[in-house]
Design a protein around this ligand. Sequence first.
Ligand code: PGA
Length: 254
Amino acid sequence: MAQKIAAANWKMHGDFNFVTDLTQNLFADKAIVNSKQNIILAAPYVYLKWLVDAIKPYKHIYVAAQNCSNHSKGAYTGEVSAEMLASIGVSHVIIGHSERRSIYNETDAELAVKAALVLQHKMIPIFCIGELLTQREMGRHFNVVEEQLWHGLFQLDADDFSKCIIAYEPVWAIGTGVTASPEQAQEMHAFIRGLIAEKYNDDVAKNTSILYGGSCNEKNAATLFSLADVDGGLVGGASLKADSFGQIVLALNK
Ligand code: PGA
């Protein structure tokens, strides 16, 4: 069975005071500390080392970076390598978030390199895929997602692929308050699992965690998480409030 996961993507929100308060409030929430399912907190680079230390008492809570360089080391001012992240105890790295793809023009080829570097340093890529609204309106959403997988992740062998987490995030649902309907989410998640089964095998497909992202909140989480092929969520806005994220974690545990 695929692991169930609630992942928080804090994006570029909050100064250090905000992050320490948020973390304290998360750790004061029974749903979070008693969760039987794994929780991942994706923080800006500057807070990662602090957060890695802060989560130490909790076996089921992990720290993710939101990105890493596609170079392994060298003269790349401002970049952060997978090796650096691994060396401070980061366990997961979000790769190919739609904001990285669209604002920073990250290509599938670069994302494939990033995923490989993350795995090389024994961390887990949370690989994001998802279509734009125009692509869905043209009926191209399945093709888009399939191409993103083939060009970004399916170069991995079954052993490496099995370590990855996938996040399906329809771009039109991110930060918009518009969530994919249960039918849209389930249909796409089942499609993704089918592609994994075709490329690798049924076992790999069954065991891959496929998270939903895009305006996932405390109100819709229970419905989304009840879908057969949705193994949890990658949560942006609603993860910035401890209470909302706590309720999302509670929904995942039901
Ligand atoms: P959102 O963001 O929950 O604010 O829509 C999700 C994400 O971008 O990962």
